[in-house]
Write a protein that binds this ligand. Structure first.
Ligand code: NAD
Length: 346
């Protein structure tokens, strides 16, 4: 029985990962999932409601030293998967401080406690333990022409969000180099799928289009992102946990480059809505032009392959938002937070 601490598990990718693990493994004999989440505006217990009795949920901050120590001591953690982050670039442009507190100092706190609890005799680590940092292709900066980000590309983050994630990656690397802490870092491209907070492009545009509201595209909509279906991402994370070589970074991407305008038109077509809903708004400050991932390392070394084509993934995603209107209406109205803000104990 392996014990997993999943931080940020009430968010988009974390909650999908938990569901993926519960489908794949048996909680009575294979895995125990401890989920820690601060329940910031992006954390939503509705994402976990149907599986609450299969996990141990703890509300709290990754930067809280006492709490993390308690969790390590109580649950004998084998794997720590750090999804917890402030994740919205636009918010980081307005308020960078919070991004440093959670993404940098919070990660450093997790590393520090992992280092203490996983030691066997002061110098060595328990076999099988691992710290997995969920990072992003945004740490590499922007591609202006041809080419792809490989794991060897120099880090050149452009937004405060990307800079905070790059700093965290550097700390994870440093804890490995300095203290031998067993680690992996994964850097994925833009994810899409169920349970994504409707501030991000795909869920925002799907939900706006359903309501015949405008779809505000930055600049001319020419920026290119490389889209990865969240289910494929979850499978890759599990693979890296089980088979990733100690200390290595793995890029995860599905070779699905699309301009924001293309994505918007696909959504409108799937919903049978008119292109006239598109409006062009002034570009984001320092907007990265293109991200594109070279995922050949994880494919060659760990035999990873994507299961979903973009056409299948986007259809399933749009259908999920149509089938789960209650979920996103509760997010839009703020209802999802009111239901647990008053609770003292979770
Ligand atoms: P999200 O914003 O949906 O979820 C983040 C979760 O972390 C939320 O549940 C939030 O409550 C929690 N959280 C925030 N601060 C916390 C703190 N101090 N302590 C404990 N919990 C805290 O984000 P996501 O899209 O699921 O992203 C998960 C991870 O993947 C992030 O680290 C992000 O940088 C990375 N990532 C995301 C994408 C993407 O396309 N979504 C792409 C690349 C990398």
């Amino acid at each position: 029985m392996k014990s997993y601490l999943i931080t940020g598990g009430a968010g988009f990718i974390g909650s999908n990962f938990i569901k993926y693990m519960l489908e794949k493994y048996n909680t009575r004999k294979d895995i125990k999932l401890v989920v820690l989440d601060k329940l910031s505006y992006a954390g939503n217990l509705d994402n976990l409601i149907d599986i609450m009795n299969e996990i141990k949920f703890i509300k709290g901050d990754i930067a809280n030293r006492e709490l993390i120590e308690y969790i390590f001591a109580e649950y004998n953690i084998d794997y720590l998967i750090n999804f917890a982050a402030e994740s919205h670039v636009d918010k980081s442009i307005k308020d960078p401080q919070l991004f440093i507190e959670t993404n940098v100092l919070g990660t450093q706190n997790l590393l520090d406690i992992s280092k203490e609890f996983w030691k066997v005799d002061g110098s060595d680590y328990r076999a099988g333990v691992k710290f997995l940092q969920i990072s992003t292709d945004e740490v590499y900066g922007s591609l202006e022409g041809e080419g792809y980000f490989s794991e060897k590309t120099a880090l050149a983050p452009n937004s405060p969000y990307a800079a905070s994630k790059a700093s965290a990656d550097m700390l994870v690397r440093a804890y490995h180099q300095t203290y031998n802490l067993p680690i992996n870092i994964t850097r994925c491209s833009n994810n899409y799928g169920p349970y994504q907070f409707p501030e991000k492009l795909i869920p925002l545009f799907v939900t706006n289009a359903v309501d015949d509201k405008e779809l505000p595209i930055y600049g001319e909509g020419k920026n290119i992102r490389d889209w990865l279906y969240v289910r494929d991402h979850c499978q890759a994370i599990d693979l890296v946990l089980q088979q990733g070589k100690n200390g290595e970074v793995y890029n995860i991407g599905a070779n699905n480059e699309r301009t924001n305008l293309e994505i918007t038109k696909i959504i409108l077509q799937l919903l049978d809505k008119s292109d006239s809903l598109i409006t062009y708004v002034s570009d984001r400050l320092g907007h990265d032009y293109r991200y594109a991932i070279d995922a050949s390392k994880i494919k060659n070394d760990l035999d990873w392959e994507v299961e979903y084509s973009f056409e299948t993934g986007i259809k399933e995603t749009v259908q999920w938002y149509l089938d789960n209107e209650d979920w996103w209406r509760r997010v839009q109205s703020g209802e999802y937070q009111r239901s647990y803000q008053s609770e003292k104990k979770l």
